[in-house]
Write a protein that binds this ligand. Structure first.
Ligand SMILES: Nc1ncnc2c1ncn2[C@@H]1O[C@H](COP(=O)(O)OP(=O)(O)OP(=O)(O)O)[C@@H](O)[C@H]1O
Ligand SMILES: [Mg+2]
Length: 492
């Protein structure tokens, strides 16, 4: 159905793609895999007309697409993409979002609404099309994006990391939709970092590394380790390195009866020096809201917070940071980064005061310190004056981590720290976490990836419907155990 041949794309200082090829059959789900910055999103942006290529050719259903098409032109021939960062307008309704590109002429909204309703029904979405997109869950938004991309008879659908913000149930629903589209004969290109999901949904895979094509494989004939080796060029062993237990260390943070109406109730726990405390729970159970409240970004209704035995009133993120608490937010695009700022500006932002000499920022020191952390975390490309929005998703995530490492807080709250991060970089982040706790820092880690929670935590708090349902000690940690307490109310 589709063949991309010798595609090359260069950005100043970076070769994003070097003579890369890809083939896709009708009714195939084809995974596009590779480390952060390998060139996956760029290759797909070229295919859907969002970015021009430098050279190479694209043959679609036997005909070469002659020049660099616009997105609208690519969509007209049937190629559509759902981007890594969702692109719906939250303040517009579903119908308005679906028909936004049809910007000429007069519409009758009521008839568009009923067309929308039909489209939504196809995707098993029982929602009023007049609902504002901002009121939908991320999973519903994802399905609306797919509906939008396929409604005008798409032949090829590209999904760039569609599951990174979805819960297990929602992923299953998404996969059902993908399978249905596959049966209808669409060719689907699927980018993802979670290999178990890739093996579940995809038939074949193309692997890229540093802008080069490494190979194309049939997934039935290989295992996860084979793919990882192709992606990173080496074997990854011991993803979760050993660490000293922190059982008897002193308590640095004590949270007592923290409540916020409608979000969570009576949350109490202690965090020890040198400890990694995992917080697990289903999406929407209140995990993120609890940590945001500790960080002062949500105002609590009641409850107390003690730091090193002393009561503190944390009423804003500013006070939290002053008290040595950092929060790496789960949504890097809207809460973690200033997308138009460059690497140095983003990294130094929470620490600007420490770079000030008599109210003037010491630019040299700001740059040196930012550059050091960029090298330490292997952020790629290490070009300090590049706007972070031009970095690949995973590298953007590392910039968020970098800014908090420079701030040197004693308590680091990480909300989904490895979202969109490749396996090699994951291991780097786990090693950094271990290094931090060894230095005596304490970490609270919210994560939806159970292997990560189990591999990294000393203890895990399991949240169900805004309450702590269970605290699991290291020796009790297993996927089944966590899921049991995350999915059901169990009286303790
Ligand atoms: N607009 C741009 N300007 C400059 N460089 C860019 C731009 N877009 C992408 N790049 C660079 O091209 C390379 C490939 O990026 P791309 O986003 O395709 O990676 P990716 O494989 O999708 O990674 P991830 O898994 O992290 O999303 C990276 O080095 C990136 O920094
Ligand atoms: Mg990408």
């Amino acid at each position: 159905m589709l063949e991309m041949v010798q595609i090359t794309k260069k950005y100043p200082g970076v070769t994003a793609l070097n003579n890369v090829g890809l083939k896709l059959n009708k009714g195939e789900v084809h995974a596009l895999l590779g480390e952060n910055g390998a060139g996956k999103s760029t290759l797909m942006k070229i295919l859907c007309g969002a970015t021009p290529k430098d050279s190479g050719k694209i043959v679609f259903e036997g005909k070469e697409i002659l020049r660099n098409p616009s997105r609208a032109e690519a969509a007209t021939v049937g190629i559509s993409m759902v981007f890594q960062e969702l692109s719906l307008f939250p303040q517009l309704t579903i119908t308005e979002n679906l028909f936004l590109s049809r910007s000429k002429g007069l519409f009758k909204w009521s008839s568009l609404d009923s067309i929308s309703e039909e489209i939504l029904r196809r995707f098993n979405l029982n929602i009023d099309p007049r609902t504002k997109v901002g009121e939908l869950t991320v999973a519903e938004q994802q399905l609306v994006e797919i509906a939008k991309a396929t409604k005008d008879g798409a032949r090829i659908l590209i999904l760039d990391e569609p599951t990174s913000a979805l819960s297990d149930n929602e992923i299953e629903k998404l996969f059902q939709t993908v399978r249905k589209l596959k049966e209808e004969g669409l060719g689907i290109i699927y980018i993802g970092h979670r290999l178990n999901e890739v093996f579940e949904i995809a038939d074949n895979a193309t692997v890229l590394r540093d802008g080069n094509l490494i190979g194309r494989v049939c997934l039935k004939d290989c295992c996860e380790d084979d793919i990882i080796e192709m992606m990173v060029g080496r074997k990854i062993e011991n993803l979760f390195p050993e660490r000293q237990p922190a059982k008897n260390n002193e308590v640095v943070l004590k949270v007592s009866n923290l409540s916020k109406e409608g979000l969570f109730e009576n949350v109490s726990f202690e965090l020890r020096k040198g400890e990694v405390l995992g917080i697990s729970g289903l999406m929407g159970s209140g995990r993120t809201e609890i940590v945001k409240t500790i960080f002062g970004a949500i105002k609590k209704d009641s409850g107390e917070i003690e730091l090193n035995g002393e009561r503190v009133e944390i009423d804003s993120p500013k006070t939290a940071i002053k008290n040595g608490i950092a929060l790496l937010t789960e949504d890097r695009k809207t809460e973690g980064l200033v997308l138009g700022f460059d690497l140095t500006q983003n990294i130094s932002l929470p620490s600007l005061k420490s770079f000030c000499k008599k109210c003037i920022i010491d630019k040299k020191e700001e740059e040196t310190i930012s550059e050091n952390i960029v090298n330490e975390l292997n952020i790629n490309p290490p070009l300090m004056d590049r706007a972070v929005k031009t970095l690949s998703g995973g590298n953007q995530q590392k910039v968020v981590l970098a800014k908090w490492l420079v701030r040197n807080c004693n308590i680091l709250i990480l909300d989904e720290p490895t979202r969109g991060i490749d396996v090699g970089a994951k291991k780097e982040i786990y090693t950094i976490i271990n290094e931090l706790v060894k230095q005596g820092k304490s970490i609270i880690m919210v994560s939806s990836e159970l292997p990560e929670v189990i591999g990294m935590s000393d203890r895990v708090i399991v949240i169900y419907d805004g309450r702590i349902n269970k605290v699991l000690e290291k020796e009790e940690l297993s996927e089944i155990n966590i899921m049991r307490y995350a999915a059901n109310k169990i009286a303790i």
